[in-house]
Design a protein around this ligand. Sequence first.
Ligand code: COA
Length: 163
Amino acid sequence: MEHVAIYPGSFDPVTNGHLDIIERGLAIFDKVIVTILINPNKQALFTLEERLEMLHKSMENFKNVEVDTFSGLLVDYAQQKKAHAILRGLRAVSDFEYEFQMALMNRRLRREIQSVFLMTGLRWIFTSSSIIKEAARFGGDISGMVPDCVKTKLEEKFLCKLG
Ligand code: COA
């Protein structure tokens, strides 16, 4: 039986912290499906198409990864994809309460799907897409924090906004 995990998120944009969790997930699961939540209520910097393109490019050297999008309940999507687990990364302690709440709700909705938490690498403990966007917006150097294609996209985006 193939063990499949879903790694969901906004990925606005994908960061090296996300890649770290995906790599760790691939050491445990046969396949990881990285999926972007289509969420009209969350104001994103990048369009869904841009986020998908950046994810695809960042995953070029990864084997056994599928990139996708979803809307609705995560557990329904997981079921539909025949996945047994939802993968989430834990960074600082502050992630715990939110993740715990979400995992318990997901379990209540579908008991057979397990939530698996992987501890992020120390380097990524305080990384988030917002903090990276904030640094990039004001010309901060974000090399090494995001894949190269994301760095280029962020620079283009903020150059456009300033110009
Ligand atoms: N490295 C770096 N940053 C990370 C990270 C990591 N390993 N893991 C998470 N983050 C950051 C993200 O970049 C994001 O940053 P931002 O807020 O600055 O943009 C932040 O942590 C939130 O993470 P994200 O994974 O994008 O979570 P989310 O809260 O936007 O979405 C879903 C979480 C998609 C799993 C959740 O909303 C969901 O399942 N929605 C569907 C409906 C549903 O089924 N809900 C649950 C039951 S009701």
